[in-house]
Design a protein around this ligand. Structure first.
Ligand SMILES: C[S@@+](CC[C@H](N)C(=O)[O-])C[C@H]1O[C@@H](n2cnc3c(N)ncnc32)[C@H](O)[C@@H]1O
Length: 228
């Protein structure tokens, strides 16, 4: 990572790091449009599912502009957002100035710098398909490593429920990350690339137990798991 990301609206692809997003405001506007203005409500629902205890240490991986981290920070003790995009980290830090229990740092899911057994909850929303496919098993192992025994994992990604949203994902995939790393194995189908259920076995292989899938409105699939 150099910090010299391109200024274009296109994501910055790096085979070793991932697909970095470099336009926080544009990303938030696109996400709000895709979710028909319900992005805030979705974050609240995901936070309820993740259920951080009061005072919990939380790590949000691929945090982007930090909206979900800020929702988690309402309950958690300390939330650390991690993202390899300097622009996302700057934006998230600036928007979270009034939240002393929310901090953001540069990093990748596959090379987390956080200490072993230092978190009660790890979340990663709409980010797995941005991590290079070859690094995803390593990323899940890192999530397992930083969790304390009994700690929980929440992974979420888009799960389109009807033809309109499915078409929207296919259109977005023309200029977004969905097709890049999984194109070969999924015949370029962006819906297969983002389906969070594909990680069930990988999550178990990393050591997690009680792996559960939950569909959440609007248009989101969630995997929940526990570190024994
Ligand atoms: C679609 S955004 C999701 C942002 C946020 N979690 C949300 O729910 O809106 C995906 C994020 O993953 C980040 N990313 C890309 N490669 C990554 C990697 N290897 N590890 C962690 N995050 C990565 C991108 O920079 C981007 O900010």
């Amino acid at each position: 990572m150099t910090g010299n990301e391109p200024k274009s609206a296109k994501p910055h692809h790096d085979d070793d790091i991932g697909v970095l997003l470099t336009q926080p405001r544009r990303y938030r506007a696109l996400k709000a449009a895709f979710l028909l203005g319900r992005a805030g409500r979705l974050n609240v629902r995901l936070a309820e599912l993740a259920g951080p205890a009061s005072g919990a240490d939380v790590v949000d991986i691929g945090c982007g502009p930090g909206d979900f981290a800020r929702v988690l920070a309402r309950t958690a003790g300390q939330v650390t957002g991690v993202d390899p995009s300097p622009r996302m980290i700057d934006y998230a830090t600036t928007r979270s100035r009034s939240l002393p229990n929310c901090r953001f740092e540069l990093g990748t899911a596959q090379s987390l710098l956080l200490p072993d057994a230092s978190a009660d909850l790890v979340t990663s929303t709409f980010a797995m398909h941005h991590i290079p496919a070859a690094h995803r098993p390593g990323a899940l192992e890192q999530m397992f490593r930083v969790l304390r025994p009994g700690g929980r994992l929440l992974l979420a990604d888009t799960q389109p429920t009807g033809p309109v949203l499915s078409a929207a994902v296919r259109v977005m995939a023309r200029f977004a990350a969905h097709r890049t790393h999984d194109a070969a194995q999924d015949n370029g189908d962006p819906l297969a690339s983002i389906d969070i259920r594909r990680y069930r076995d990988m999550v178990r292989a990393s050591g997690f137990e009680d792996v559960k899938f939950v569909a959440v409105r609007p248009a989101t699939g969630v995997l929940l798991a526990t570190k024994p």
